[in-house]
Design a protein around this ligand. Structure first.
Ligand SMILES: Cc1cc2nc3c(=O)[nH]c(=O)nc-3n(C[C@H](O)[C@H](O)[C@H](O)COP(=O)(O)OP(=O)(O)OC[C@H]3O[C@@H](n4cnc5c(N)ncnc54)[C@H](O)[C@@H]3O)c2cc1C
Ligand code: SF4
Length: 322
């Protein structure tokens, strides 16, 4: 883990939360991301940001530009692979003044270049990322939970407490809840059949190019007693440092200093997995082929039992190719 060349690149490490109780509760972790958007939209430098709204027809989330904080949908992390780069490119003419963007680490550089090229002032918030999931992964979970996806009128993966979990609302008013990272999500996620190929090969545990990068503080202290949420975050730019300082001084955020050691402790699993990704290229190529083989995927996802069988197959394949 110490050899990871990405480690120790941030300008500052913090753990904290938004002093707006509603934002803190409704957000993924401590509401730092949402609070930054709210604050920057109140300045003269930024008039545009983005949010994600649930689209019943698509049965998934779609991105939307917003021009006022009241338009934001605070729904926590969206575990669906969304092409934010193309979305922004297609809507570039609708961006007013500066924009605050949220995106995955792999999307930061492309988005920054396109906004810079168009002389659009931008502030980029990114995340620690263990890997994205295709929308079909969510639909598989519905099937395993006996839910008809056409009956889902709203859902979210996180938010409303910490670490919270999947919240699904059906047409008939029924509400379904599953704790974060429990089955069937856990099984679907670990099968890696619903992971975009680029995620299988990805080396970035977090973005050091975004202005601010957010994460969950998976540390003993928080795991045991935190029920509302704290965000662990890294500041990577002078601009990020200046805005966070302003927000601290206006008591919009409550923060304690954190460190690279805390970050490694909290995100050890993700850092290790990303370190191994390039060494396990051959294995990951096989996983990707399995995920892209329609017949194999159809058979192996027939039931949770079959998906566990697939897990056994990949364990054997791993031992052979290692
Ligand atoms: C796909 C994904 C994977 C993640 N994996 C990890 C992980 O492995 N380990 C870890 O510690 N943390 C991970 N995170 C980060 C974590 O889930 C929280 O997002 C983070 O702690 C921020 O919390 P917050 O309350 O400060 O953010 P919030 O106040 O909830 O603000 C987050 C902002 O990000 C936006 N957003 C949500 N989903 C997406 C998306 N898919 N693309 C772009 N913007 C989005 C929201 O609309 C919101 O504006 C991941 C996040 C995502 C989206
Ligand atoms: S795992 Fe890597 S490639 Fe996949 S979404 Fe996260 S940063 Fe992007």
């Amino acid at each position: 883990m110490k050899e990871n060349s990405n480690i120790n690149k941030a300008l500052a490490y913090y753990i904290g939360y938004s002093t707006d109780d509603l934002i803190r509760y409704k957000a993924s972790s401590g509401g730092i991301g949402t609070s930054i958007i709210k604050y920057l939209l109140s300045t003269s430098e930024y008039d545009t940001s983005m949010t994600f709204v649930y689209d019943k027809e698509k049965c998934g989330y779609i991105p939307k530009l917003i021009y006022d904080f009241n338009e934001i949908n605070i729904c926590g992390s969206v575990y669906q692979d969304i092409d934010i780069f193309s979305f922004l490119k297609e809507n570039i003419s609708s961006i007013k003044n500066g924009i605050i963007v949220t995106c995955m680490p792999c999307q930061v550089q492309g988005i920054r270049s396109v906004l810079d090229r168009n002389n659009i002032n931008n502030f980029i918030i990114s995340f620690c990322c263990s890997g994205q999931t295709t929308l079909e992964g969510t639909w598989l979970c519905y099937r395993y939970m006996g839910i008809d996806k056409s009956q889902v009128i709203n859902m979210q993966y996180r938010g409303n407490g910490w670490p919270s979990g999947i919240q699904i609302e059906l047409f008939d008013g029924k509400k379904i809840y599953k704790n974060n990272y429990t089955n069937p999500w856990r099984l679907m996620h670990q099968s890696k059949l619903f992971r975009p190929k680029r995620c299988l090969m990805c080396k970035e545990d977090i973005s050091y190019k975004a202005d601010v990068s957010l994460a969950d503080p998976w540390l003993g202290k928080y795991k045991i007693s935190d029920k509302i949420g704290h965000t662990m975050f890294l500041i990577n730019t002078e601009k990020g440092l200046a805005f966070i300082e302003e927000m601290k001084n206006k008591s919009l955020l409550r923060l304690i200093d954190s460190s690279v050691e805390d970050y490694i402790e909290a995100q050890g699993h993700t850092i290790m997995a990303k370190d191994k990704a390039s060494l396990e290229k051959k294995f990951n190529n096989i996983l990707s082929k399995m995920g892209n083989n329609i017949l194999y995927k159809k058979i192996m996802t027939l039931s949770p039992f079959m998906l566990r069988f697939h897990m056994l197959i990949i364990r054997i394949v791993y031992k052979i190719v290692k």
